[in-house]
Design a protein around this ligand. Structure first.
Ligand SMILES: CCCCCCCCCCCCCCCC(=O)SCCNC(=O)CCNC(=O)[C@H](O)C(C)(C)COP(=O)(O)OP(=O)(O)OC[C@H]1O[C@@H](n2cnc3c(N)ncnc32)[C@H](O)[C@@H]1OP(=O)(O)O
Length: 253
């Protein structure tokens, strides 16, 4: 019953794609002598206006390498043309929330309607810098997605190094977000990782996901994890994502 009503609601939010945190203006520009309040104020209850936290923005726990790489890609999200005019650049920063529903159009509202405790596990350690600090950038023209990860102290596997499962999680996150952008809703069907050299805990690494090929429901991507200056290969992976319908997820697959 619950699944059916959620499914009906979710259809309104298709297709799955990122949205800016707030699409509906709270207030429209004030015209002298007239107070204008967005019409939607009467439609949506006030708590729905709270802005979700975007975890992909710099915070005080980010080290110099994390900040440097963030700035490197972020500076290419908007480029200045001759004459000073700004236009979209080749890269796009992807926002990052603590609940998957918030990625869908209108999902911020849906996320609040469904009072589930479910949270995206890469974004649920309260202490900044303790686990996965990451930001994703997408380059649709080159069909590439890059993740910059600073691996915190709670991700330890072998003493002083990052746990292989945490590395797999981040490869799945970067390739999964990339495949979603390429093909819409997908699930990981296969993830194959070769761990080449350990990642020191606390270090910043770069994950680069590239489209290999698309065949009907299948999206094949490859991923490389390298040190922040690209000199060391830490891991390489291939992944297969299979397109699914959102209704299937809501029905419990
Ligand atoms: C703003 C940003 C936007 C982005 C916004 C994203 C935000 C969010 C961020 C978080 C990102 C986290 C990303 C995590 C992503 C998961 O971690 S997903 C969780 C882990 N994965 C699972 O639990 C999947 C479990 N498996 C399944 O549900 C089903 O087996 C599958 C994978 C959906 C496939 O089932 P199906 O739809 O029935 O597919 P089926 O018809 O059997 O097969 C289709 C084709 O795929 C092939 N295939 C299926 N499975 C396999 C396999 N394992 N190996 C090889 N081939 C296979 C079949 O042979 C078939 O091939 P063809 O015959 O067509 O050539």
């Amino acid at each position: 019953m619950m699944a059916a009503s959620v499914r009906a609601t979710f259809r309104l939010f298709q297709p799955l794609r990122p949205v800016p945190p707030m699409r509906i203006p709270l207030r429209q520009p004030t015209v002298p002598g007239r107070t204008t309040v967005a019409r939607t104020m009467g439609v949506l209850p006030l708590p729905f206006f709270s802005k979700p936290r975007d975890f992909s923005l710099p915070n005080s726990s980010w080290g110099p390498e994390m900040v440097r790489l963030y700035e490197h890609y972020n500076s290419q999200c908007e480029v200045e043309r001759e004459g000073g005019e700004k236009q979209k650049g080749p890269w796009k920063r992807l926002p990052s929330y603590n609940r998957v529903l918030k990625y869908a159009t209108g999902g911020v509202y849906l996320s609040k309607l469904i009072q589930s405790k479910a949270r995206l596990f890469t974004r649920n350690i309260k202490e900044p810098g303790a686990s996965f600090e990451y930001v994703l950038f997408d380059n649709s023209e080159e069909q590439k997605c890059v993740g910059i990860l600073q691996a915190g102290h709670l991700l330890e596997g072998p003493p002083g190094f990052v746990h292989g499962g945490a590395i797999a999680t981040m490869i799945d996150t970067v390739t999964g977000a990339h495949a979603t952008l390429l093909s819409g809703p997908v699930m990981t069907a296969n993830l194959n990782i070769n761990y080449r050299s350990p990642i020191p805990l606390g270090s910043t690494v770069v994950l680069e996901s590239c489209l290999d090929k698309k065949e009907d429901k299948k999206t094949f991507v490859t991923c490389k994890v390298t040190s922040s200056n690209g000199s060391k290969l830490h891991s390489e992976a291939t992944a297969l994502f299979v397109s699914i319908s959102v209704c299937k997820i809501l029905d419990g697959v």
